[in-house]
Design a protein. Structure first.
Length: 110
């Protein structure tokens, strides 16, 4: 039973490893085909681009991300738990509107 629960959870997040960057969340990208679901193309907010998932609330996101009220609802890494500098130059920890209300700290461009 425990293995079944783990498989269901992994499937819900595309197999994203917590704390890792991958094609589900965190890899650099320029277009959606570079990612499992969605690419936020390079900009001041997403230097080098950012693979992510669409979301309505945190339940739609891997455990190391929050659903934020940006770009129609996207999952971004929680900081300082995740070191934003690991994403490359131009990334920092910034307060952002949480999709469920209030503010959260997530990795975004400088």
């Amino acid at each position: 039973m425990r293995q079944l629960v783990l498989l269901v959870l992994l499937g819900a997040c595309g197999g994203h490893g917590l704390g890792d960057t991958d094609d589900t969340v965190g890899n650099a990208c320029t277009r959606d085909t570079d990612c499992d679901e969605r690419c936020l193309p390079p900009s001041g907010d997403y230097p080098a681009g950012f693979c992510t998932l669409n979301c309505i609330d945190d339940r739609d996101c891997p455990g190391d991300t929050y659903c934020v009220a940006r770009d129609g609802g996207v999952c971004l890494f929680i900081c300082p738990d995740f070191r934003c500098s690991d994403l490359g130059p131009g990334w920092d920890c910034k307060e952002t509107d949480h999709a469920s209300g209030g503010k959260v700290d997530v990795c975004r461009g400088d």
